[in-house]
Design a binder for this molecule. Structure first.
Ligand SMILES: Nc1ncnc2c1ncn2[C@@H]1O[C@H](COP(=O)(O)OP(=O)(O)OP(=O)(O)O)[C@@H](O)[C@H]1O
Ligand SMILES: [Mg+2]
Length: 236
């Protein structure tokens, strides 16, 4: 049997066909991630970062190549198996939080947890992101940073193996952005979750174990930080 990495993209391609025109969005993308690693995906707008994360999260399908994650070849999964993978193994955090506006913070987290067998206690998860006092607040009554923390609590309450974050600080000011990064740093260290986050912001890179640079649908480079630094030490 071939020994696989925890996450392994091999020669992954993604194209979109519109009429006669075929656009190649991912071109032979290969990289790997070890369990427990904190990974930053860095690249310009349109380079293919979200496409990579969505394929890894089981929300989109590769056109070619293989993606191995958490013991499964997800490119060989049927729709039912990919839905189970997405539900049980993946927590996803969006740039725009995506909380449900008619539900309180606690209800949003409960909704995330409910569908999963090994879920964690929703109230405890809210407490762990520092939001106990806001548990009965609706999203409109929370700041952007608080909404993003609730969205992270919702993703974590599922107790996923892999936490994927698409520009989790993109809609936040610097102070709130740092708070979110510190929270992810803590989750990575204390809960041993494998985390991949997307950013445009190269100044975040030194906090990662591994930095994957994406350019024009290709992996431009992979860099390891021998001595990663804490969010507190990051410059502005
Ligand atoms: N459904 C689609 N049909 C056609 N092209 C698409 C589709 N979805 C994405 N693309 C194209 O794929 C490319 C990569 O998109 P992607 O969203 O992965 O970029 P990104 O690196 O996440 O950019 P950003 O930083 O702006 O979020 C873009 O050129 C985009 O226009
Ligand atoms: Mg994107």
């Amino acid at each position: 049997m071939v020994m696989r990495k925890f996450i392994e993209f091999s020669q992954v391609n993604k194209s979109y066909q519109s009429g006669e025109i075929k656009t190649r969005v991912l071109k032979d993308v290969s990289f790997s991630v070890d369990e427990g690693e904190f990974v930053v995906l860095l690249g310009k707008s349109g380079s293919g970062k979200s496409t990579i994360l969505n394929i890894l999260g089981g929300m989109d399908r590769a056109s070619g190549g293989t993606v191995f994650a958490a013991g499964k070849d997800i490119t060989a999964c049927d729709d039912k198996a990919i839905a189970a993978y997405r539900r049980d193994k993946i927590g996803f955090v969006f740039q725009s939080y995506n909380l449900i506006s008619g539900l309180t913070a606690l209800e949003n987290v409960e909704l995330g947890a409910e569908v999963c067998k090994n879920h964690l206690n929703p109230a405890k998860m809210l407490a762990s992101v520092g939001l106990s006092k806001k548990k009965n607040s609706f999203p409109t009554q929370m700041s952007g940073g608080e909404q993003q923390r609730a969205a992270i609590a919702r993703a974590l309450a599922k107790n996923p193996l892999i936490l994927l974050c698409d520009e989790p600080t993109g809609a936040l000011d610097d102070a709130n952005g740092k708070m979110i990064l510190e929270l992810l740093e803590k989750v990575n260290a204390s809960m041993r979750k494998t985390i991949l986050i997307i950013t445009h912001n190269a100044s975040i890179a030194p906090m990662a174990d591994k930095v994957i640079r994406v350019a024009d649908g290709r992996i431009e480079g992979v860099m390891f930080n021998e001595n990663k630094i804490s969010v507190k030490e990051l410059g502005d």
